[in-house]
Design a protein around this ligand. Structure first.
Ligand code: SAM
Length: 314
């Protein structure tokens, strides 16, 4: 469990596209190395190790992907996270700075790459695009449950704060035709395309902006899906303060996350730490954060693999 050789070998194989390349036709190492522009002897070492683990098999001509190795083919969430060229795959390497994060409580990502995750995405549009695709992918199965497992139809207007690719808001609006939504994020390119694909017309709009700045005012609900776990308490307070400042007097702040002690996995908790300096909070931790803004917890509803925490003004 401790050696880094296999986790890194899998990542390099997926990044080079070896499982897909060797899925239907076997190939010799020299030929593969030439096609991929890599050194033949090290490529042979990589394939030999992954063959010893059953991902590839030797053939008369060279190597071929096994049935087990087909788990590494295509663009599942697993392969996206193994690909070092995607935002998610790149972020996983922040784990090399886990000691720094455990020692200081700070993100390892910033130390490894010289700037924070969101700044990095802003500087590399292909990374941003891969991240939005990952975000859409991870909730593909969960959005219908999220859209119907909680009563969104009570709200005339919802502002989705840090709504990313727009898949959550589009799912909610599609399931509840009277509701209107507005999405705010640093980059809304994919959200605009998502809303158009769902033919939501003027019921959905997106605006580029930061949730550390004033938000669209007067909405009935301010939605934060997987936002607060990306931030330490100081930043989480700043985000909540912007929501509270913008909300209508009887408005709601709705936090949707894998909650500590409920859905959150311990490895995801460590990932939030090393990538963002954040964590998966428990219900009582959210209550304590919200209380400082005059908010009380109204309800907790489990839907779509997450908890929906509804806060109202006390
Ligand atoms: C984990 S993603 C969640 C996206 C979306 N809520 C979802 O569940 O699919 C976090 C989002 O926060 C956005 N974000 C980060 N910093 C932001 C800021 N200062 N202002 C607005 N959005 C921000 C990112 O761009 C990203 O889309």
């Amino acid at each position: 469990m401790a050696s880094l050789a296999t986790p890194m070998a899998l990542r390099v194989a997926v990044t080079l596209g070896l499982p897909d390349r060797l899925r239907d036709t076997d190939a010799a190492v020299d030929r593969l190395a030439e096609d991929l522009g890599v050194a033949p002897v090290p490529l042979g070492l990589l394939l030999a190790h992954l063959t010893s683990l059953g991902f590839f098999e030797r053939t008369a001509a060279g190597y071929r992907t096994t049935e087990f190795g087909e788990n590494l083919c295509g663009d599942s969430l697993t392969t996206v996270l193994l690909n070092l060229d995607t935002a998610g795959g790149r972020a996983e390497l922040a784990f090399t700075e886990l000691l720094h994060s455990v020692t200081t409580g700070q993100a390892g990502y910033d130390r490894r790459y010289g700037r924070g995750f969101w700044s990095d995405l802003a500087a590399h549009p292909p990374l941003r695009e891969s991240f939005d695709r990952q975000m859409a992918h991870r909730l593909r199965a969960g959005v219908p449950h999220l859209a119907t497992g909680y009563d969104w139809s009570r709200f005339a207007t919802i502002v989705d704060i840090g709504g990313g690719p727009g898949t959550v808001l589009a799912g909610i609006l599609a399931a509840h035709p009277p509701v209107r939504g507005r999405l705010v994020d640093l980059d809304v390119t994919m959200a605009v395309a998502t809303f158009a694909a769902h033919e939501l017309g003027d019921r959905a709009s997106a605006a580029a902006g930061s949730f550390f700045d004033p938000l669209p005012a007067g909405a009935d609900a301010y939605l934060l899906v997987d936002i607060l776990h990306d931030w330490d308490d100081e930043h989480a307070h700043r985000i909540l303060a912007r929501c509270v400042e913008a909300a209508a007097p009887d408005g709601r702040i709705v936090v949707v996350e894998p909650v500590g002690g409920r859905q959150a996995a311990t490895d995801a908790d460590l990932a939030m730490l090393v990538i963002f300096g954040g964590r998966e909070r428990r219900v009582e931790e959210f209550e304590a954060l919200a209380a400082e803004h005059g908010l009380v917890l109204e309800s907790v509803t489990d839907a779509g693999g997450r908890s929906v925490l509804e806060f109202r003004f006390g």
